[in-house]
Every structure is written in C-alpha cells, then in structure tokens.
Ligand binder design. Structure first.
Ligand code: HEM
Ligand SMILES: *[C@@H]1O[C@H](CO)[C@@H](O)[C@H](O)[C@H]1NC(C)=O
Length: 301
C-alpha cells in the first residue's frame, strides 16, 4: 500500500514539475477542433504560391523562441509608443512571412512552422499547443540573443546552451538551413575571406555576391533550397557552407562527427530534427493566465 502511494506521489511530481506542463497537443481539442486543418490549409495555399515561405515561417518561429521564449513577441509591429523585434538587426529586411501568420492567428507559429517543413518534404511531429501571446517584446534582446552568422562554434554553442538546447540540438536544428536563402551581406566575408571553403564554390557564389554592393542578393543554403533533405550536411562536409557560421559546424571542431553522421543518414537527422523542434518550441512559453490571446497578432490587445 505504501509503495503504491509513493508511486502516485512520484507521478504527480514528475508531471507537475515543469513550467511547460500546460502545453498539450490536445489544448484546442474542444475549443477549436479544426485548428490543425485550418493551419494546414493556410500553409498549403501559401507554400503553393511561394515555396520559400515554408523556410521563412520556420525561421520566424526560431527567432521568436530565442528572444524571451516562444511567445509570439516577434509578431508585434513597432508603433510610435512601442518598439518590437521586427527591426532588430537579425530581422530587419530579412524576417518574412508575417502576412501568412496574419491570415491564421498568432499562437500557432509552432504549428505553421511544422506544416511548412512537412509540405516541403520534412518530418511530421506532434506540436504541444497552448502558448499564449506576450505583451512585451525586446529589440535589444533580439539583437543580442539571436545567433549571428559571423560567430564561431564556441559562441554558437553557448548561445544555444543559454536557451536550454545542447550542442546536439544545435547541430540538428541548424539543418533547417536545408531550406531557404541568405543575403549576400551575410555571407560575403565568408566567400571572399575565409579559408575553410571550397574555392570552386567560393568563386561560384562570388558571381552572385559582389565584393561591394548587392547586399540583398540571395543565394540558397544548399543545392535544394525548397526540399527538406540532408543535402545541407553534405555541403558542409564538402566545405560548401554558405555562412561562416554554417561552416563552423564542420571545421575540425566538436560538431564534425555529428555533421558527418547526418550527411550519411538522412533518416537519423529527420527524427532528431523533429525531437529538437519540440524542445525548441518548449522554450519558456507563456501558459495559463500569463500574457494574453491577441485579437490581432501585430498588436497587443
Ligand atoms: C546556428 C545558428 C544560426 C545562425 C547564425 C543563422 C543565421 C541565418 C542567417 C544569417 C540567415 C539568412 C538571413 C538573410 O540573409 O536574410 C538564415 C536563414 C534561415 N535560417 Fe538560420 N541561423 C541559425 C540557425 C537556424 C535555426 C536553428 C533555424 C530553424 C530551426 C534556422 C532557420 C533558417 C531558415 C529556414 C532560413 C531561410 C529563411 C528564408 O529563406 O526566408 N536557422 N539563418
Ligand atoms: C577581407 O579582409 C580584408 C582584410 O581584412 C578587408 O579589407 C576586406 O574588406 C574583407 N573583404 C570582405 C568582402 O569582407
């Protein structure tokens, strides 16, 4: 009898312990049973219009989560009396996909990001739901807490660790760069000045990214920018990483062996990616009565 009640207490303790205990895949099961269908339909329409949008929404979710948790703070517009995160250095003229989120609703960034990945061939995962919306945002935290493309592996690792994501999570998640594009200003110094780069690749990228000017010209991260595959990791092994930060993951350093593994084992990476996305989505959510549920995702109520 005693052991039974100890077991019961242990169960309550384990399930009652965590700050994200209230996120649940069934959060909207009775209040909005069609939520997943609604989001999937909106994402499907958007991705058909522009394949890249799946990448852009995935990145929005990442940039939201890394600034004081996954609380939709990135969606808030600047107003004369409020400074949000949209004009922080990593987001300005770079973060995109806000119009798609307008058409759905704010607290489903996590679902929209998952659907974008799925629609471009990526793995499915069950999304814990119930994140409420922040009433605050921080441009300065967005400037300092979103990883920079000029960082080295030690800085990146510390940055992810500060969000509760270990080095394996980081190396798995950066594989998101199998989708999408970067602007010349973010990879210019890598292709012109870095030594850990395939010279043929560097010369090829210089054609689309002059030594000066053309800051916003785009290049894909890997050879298949609208297909979710492990080509990104093959590029790193071939020293064809686009950003300085990308190549840091294969630079005679601590992440080389995991990058090699993923370059050879697409299935392993896909299942690890799904797992780490759930972990990223659990960074300091607002739950219960915290924050609010915005009527318009661009503004506080
Ligand atoms: C290791 C740290 C990371 C750094 C330094 C980094 C940096 C960047 C930069 C500079 C761009 C190009 C932005 C532009 O030129 O406009 C970019 C694009 C992108 N990032 Fe990352 N990133 C990192 C990790 C991640 C993670 C963890 C995810 C998601 C899980 C992600 C998803 C994306 C996607 C999908 C794009 C393409 C967006 C588009 O085409 O619209 N990144 N990243
Ligand atoms: C490459 O490095 C040189 C010397 O530090 C610097 O003058 C130049 O601006 C750099 N070029 C690019 C494209 O970053």
């Amino acid at each position: 009898m005693a052991s039974v009640s100890y077991f019961f207490i242990a169960v309550v303790f384990i399930f009652g312990c965590c700050s994200n205990a209230q996120l649940s895949p069934k959060f909207y099961a009775s209040t909005c049973p069609n939520l997943e269908t609604i989001v999937r339909r909106a994402m499907t329409e958007s991705v058909i219009k522009e394949l890249r949008i799946g990448a852009s929404i995935l990145r929005l979710f990442f940039h939201d989560c890394f600034v004081n948790g996954c609380d939709a703070s990135i969606l808030l517009d600047d107003t004369p009396t409020f400074t949000g995160e949209k004009n922080a250095f990593p987001n300005q003229n770079s973060a995109r996909g806000f119009e798609v989120i307008d058409t759905i609703k704010t607290h489903i960034l996590a679902l929209a990001a998952r659907d974008g990945v799925v629609l471009l061939g990526g793995p499915y995962w069950t999304v814990p739901l119930g994140r409420r919306d922040a009433r605050t945002a921080s441009q300065s935290d967005a400037n300092t807490q979103i990883p920079a493309p000029f960082s080295d592996i030690a800085t990146l690792t510390a940055n992810f660790a500060s969000k509760g994501l270990d080095a394996e999570d980081m190396t798995v998640l950066v594989g998101a760069h199998t989708l999408g594009y970067a602007q010349c200003a973010n990879f210019r110094s890598h292709i012109y000045n870095d030594t850990n780069i395939d010279p043929i690749f560097a010369n090829f990228r210089k054609i689309g990214c002059p030594a000066s000017g053309g800051d916003s010209k785009l290049a894909p991260f890997d050879a298949t920018p609208v297909t979710f595959d492990n080509d990104y990791y093959k590029s790193l092994v071939g020293r064809r990483g686009l950003l300085h930060s990308d190549q840091e993951f294969f630079n005679n350093g601590p992440q080389d062996s995991l990058v090699t593994t993923y370059s050879r084992d697409n299935a392993a990476w896909r299942s690890d990616f799904a797992e780490s996305m759930v972990k990223m989505g659990n960074i300091s959510p607002l739950t219960g009565t915290q924050g609010e549920i915005r009527g318009n995702c661009r503004f506080r109520n």
